[in-house]
Ligand binder design. Structure first.
Ligand SMILES: [Zn+2]
Length: 128
């Protein structure tokens, strides 16, 4: 028989993730792994987008050089430069959307954790 996670989702309904026989909670709800989750989340939040941003900046700078021309630089035709600029812009937006989604996910996870902790305190007789 498959066991399900004993945690609750952000909306209060039970988490439906399948967990191993020796586990009570899935990774997202295991209180023992909260620190690990936070580290993962902040790594995910910081790491990739900034690397992608750095790459986009290099491409933009290269593109600018090529539009302006100059010594030893092959001047890029304006139409192609405009398309390249649009593509970079689109990529920039994608990075931003990705960052927002990660932020929202991290927030939801932390909220679920807070609600779980608050629920436990309630069961121990708060407001009784
Ligand atoms: Zn869970």
């Amino acid at each position: 028989m498959m066991a399900r996670c004993g945690g609750s989702k952000a909306d209060g309904t039970p988490c439906e993730r399948i967990v191993g026989a020796s586990q009570t909670y899935c990774f997202a709800h295991d209180p023992a792994r909260a620190g690990e989750r936070r580290r993962n989340a902040s790594r995910a939040g910081r790491g990739r987008p900034s690397r992608e941003l750095a790459e986009i900046k290099v491409l933009l700078s290269d593109l600018t050089d090529r539009v302006l021309g100059g010594e030893g630089v092959e001047t890029l035709e304006t139409g192609r430069a405009a398309v390249a600029n649009q593509l970079l812009n689109t990529r920039l937006r994608a990075v931003e959307v990705e960052r927002k989604i990660k932020e929202a996910e991290e927030f939801e996870e932390r909220l679920a954790e807070l609600e779980r902790v608050a629920g436990q305190k309630g069961e121990r007789g708060w407001g009784a």
